[in-house]
Design a protein. Structure first.
Length: 434
């Protein structure tokens, strides 16, 4: 065994998994991996508090692969032995890809199903059989109703980004799914927060779980600088262009409130000569992936995203996140900013704050437990000072709950752009053994 993989070896992972980690040049487990891997390997249920960027995917995938590869698969046709429920298509793609990578020296197969694409290929996938199934709840329910998916051989159930699945109204769907999974199983639940709804879910589905948490609730890296630029709403776009032209050379992730707004902003940036792509719930899976790939490869400098679309995006070492609009729910600020300042790197979070967004800014400050420094940009000072007690303004469109065929309407309104669970399906099956 190479020296590099020894820190992972000490956690008890088998040689085939260690080889895959060495292939990826991972030398040191992240804190969540350090804590969670031995627990999962021992067969315990785990409640994990970790955001995207902490290495949580490997924290559950590595021991999951280790356990599945050790146990003898049941006789008969191949049926899923591990089920990973995720809130969005993007996360499904990422988790599936990670598992495929980490399991490349094992004889296990992984596949994913999610809404937004046709059912046919997914039915084929399920008919051929996979060992590990990554799925969004809505589409999995569709398959369960049609009898195309069978969950009676599940040994390990993972609920990834459970808080987000609840935000998106998937509670009822999750309950229906878990009913079809054997009671005798190992259950892992990961969530950025341990709010009471998440605890409720854990109490219902986990047995005597070990609890691991890498960042205190709602905290973000202390290496991140938070800055607010007060500005009139009508001048936000000019200010953004100005900042991108004068201050920043790097790639930037920009968050907007609405799908339409994100699209328009990306177009307008393009018109100003700044390569930009948008990603949101109205775009097809292929379009989103294309935009994300363009951003990752550096062909687009700016990625404009809504909260829901950006959830779980795996963008390494991003030095800057700009909030073109502040989120209506302060917790989303934490999710957004979770994409910068990872692993001790410094990061900057800049918010363009209109007068009537002062109230949102004070909510963010409360959550952060610190004041966000307000900096006026020359030539862009607003016509009035920020109103820090302003009530968040919502358009009717944002306040309208999205169609939630499988769950109760979301209590919070900030996620009205949530992709609908039922609206389509994508399939991909990958053989991990080469
Ligand atoms: P996640 O929090 O699962 O989205 O992972 C964030 C990023 O960290 C992904 O790009 C992983 O490939 C990467 N990563 C996970 N674990 C490690 C590790 N131990 N060493 C280096 N990179 C890692």
């Amino acid at each position: 065994m190479t020296i590099e993989s020894s820190a992972f070896e000490a956690l008890g992972l088998p040689p085939a998994v260690l080889r895959a980690l060495a292939d990826k040049n991972y030398t040191t487990p992240t804190p969540i991996q350090q804590q969670a891997i031995p627990l999962v390997l021992s067969g315990r249920d785990v409640l994990g508090g970790a955001q995207t960027g902490t290495g949580k995917t490997a924290a559950f995938s590595l021991p999951l692969l280790a356990r599945l590869s050790k146990a003898t698969p049941p006789n008969g046709p191949r049926r899923p032995r591990a089920l990973i429920l995720v809130p969005t298509r993007e996360l499904a793609v990422q988790v599936n890809e990670s598992i495929r990578n980490y399991g490349r020296h094992l004889r296990l197969t992984t596949g994913m199903i999610f809404g937004g694409v046709g059912m046919g290929p997914q039915m084929d996938l399920l008919r051929r059989g996979v060992d590990i199934l990554v799925a969004t709840p809505g589409r999995l329910i569709d398959h369960l109703e049609r009898g195309t998916a069978k969950l009676d051989a599940i040994e390990i159930l993972v609920l990834d980004e459970a808080d987000r699945m609840l935000d998106m109204g998937f509670l009822a769907a999750i309950k229906r799914i878990v009913q079809q999974v054997p009671k005798q199983r190992q259950t892992l639940l990961f969530s950025a927060t341990f709010e009471s709804r998440v605890r409720g879910l854990a109490m219902e589905f986990l047995r005597n779980p070990a609890e691991v948490e890498v960042a205190a609730r709602n905290t973000i890296a202390s290496t991140i600088q938070h800055i607010a630029h007060p500005v009139d709403n009508s001048r936000k776009r000019d200010l953004l262009t100005h900042l991108l032209a004068t201050r920043f050379q790097d790639r930037v992730l920009v968050f907007g409130k609405t799908k339409h707004g994100c699209n328009r902003l990306a177009e307008q940036l393009e018109e100003s000569g700044i390569k930009a792509v948008a990603i949101h719930g109205n775009k097809s899976q292929a379009q989103r992936q294309k935009a994300l790939d363009a951003f990752k490869a550096g062909r687009a400098r700016v990625l404009v995203a809504t909260d829901v679309a950006a959830r779980g995006l795996d963008i390494p070492a991003l030095p800057l996140v700009i909030n073109y609009d502040l989120p209506l729910v302060a917790e989303d600020y934490v999710h957004r900013i979770g994409r910068t300042g990872r692993n001790g790197a410094t990061g900057e979070a800049i918010s363009l704050v209109a007068i009537d967004e002062g109230g949102l800014l004070s909510q963010v400050q409360k959550l952060l437990g610190q004041n966000v420094r307000q900096v006026l940009v020359e030539g862009f000072a607003p016509s009035q000072p920020l109103r820090m007690d302003a009530k968040p303004v919502q358009s009717k469109r944002q306040a309208r709950p999205s169609a939630r065929p499988h769950g109760k309407p979301a209590v919070r309104h900030a996620h009205a752009q949530a992709p609908k669970g039922r609206s389509g399906a994508g399939a991909q099956r990958s053989r991990m053994a080469r």
